[in-house]
Design a protein around this ligand. Structure first.
Ligand SMILES: [Fe+2]
Length: 269
């Protein structure tokens, strides 16, 4: 890129399965490979790849092994986050990392805080939580940050209009939003979990939600289940970080690449 931005690729909800098991007839592994190939073709200048949770569908070691094999081929450093479909034991058995997976990335003029909202003891199985230990880490990172902060998390802070998903959001959302807002340093919050591209806000904080490379939430607002899925094009996010601004772009892939026309009436490819 010629513009003074750092670029970070944001994938989420890849839901890898083992042994080629499909989800609604789709191959999560093929969808992830297709998305990464699209990103390599169009965004090879990215500095980093973050996968924002639901790395696997069941949290089994074989699924994490499949993910590790795919990630061996990518040209970017990778940060992995956990979601409600992940399991810490399975993740640790392959990637060797135990405990809460919270990381601070340093990118151009920004700190990118990757939070771990997985609650394996959730009463409803799939909602998220930032416990006291994880909140202490977040407060310390926010206090120490001298640059604007972007927060990445799997679960969502605010309702989306998909009632089934909103019942399995982050459970202590008011507490977390207050911590983020009161720091005065957070420019953007980005989450996955919904499997749909959404823009909203949490208090004064802009919130962007990135869709899955595989199955999506159908556009069925209201009192639906959290388990609805539809075969629509996969996607990922492209985060640009600059001195005065952060920008979230949304890319779809698996659709025909249309020619790009110029003023002279010719086009590429
Ligand atoms: Fe998911």
């Amino acid at each position: 890129m010629t513009t003074p931005f750092a670029k970070i690729l944001l994938f989420t909800d890849v839901h890898l399965t083992a042994h080629q098991s499909p989800i609604i007839g789709l191959s999560p592994a093929q969808r992830l490979k297709d998305g990464l190939a699209h990103a390599a073709a169009h965004h090879k200048d990215a500095e980093h790849l973050v996968i924002m949770g639901d790395l696997t569908h069941h949290g089994d070691p074989a699924e994490y092994e499949a993910l590790a094999a795919i990630l061996q081929t990518v040209p970017w450093p990778v940060t992995l986050m956990l979601g409600n479909h992940d399991r810490r034991a399975g993740y640790a058995s392959v990637f060797g990392r135990t405990g809460f997976q919270q990381t601070a990335l340093v990118a151009q003029d920004h700190r990118v805080l990757c939070l771990d909202t997985l609650d394996e003891n959730a009463p409803d199985t799939h909602s998220g939580l930032l416990c006291a230990e994880r909140l202490d880490w977040l407060r310390a990172e926010l206090a120490a940050a001298t640059d604007p902060v972007v927060v990445l998390m799997h679960h969502h802070l605010v309702p989306t209009g998909f009632d089934g998903m909103d019942r399995i959001a982050l459970r202590n959302t008011d507490e977390v939003t207050a911590i983020l807002e009161s720091s005065g340093k957070v420019r953007q919050v980005i989450n996955g979990h919904i499997h749909r591209t959404i823009q909203t806000h949490a208090g004064t904080l802009p919130v962007a939600m990135v869709k899955s490379p595989c199955h999506q939430m159908p556009m069925a607002l209201g009192d639906g289940s959290s388990a609805l899925s539809v075969d629509e094009p996969g996607g990922y996010g492209v985060l640009l970080l600059g001195q005065k601004q952060c920008i979230v772009h949304f890319e779809d892939f698996g659709i025909p690449e249309a020619p790009i026309w110029n003023e002279e009436g010719s086009h590429t490819p």
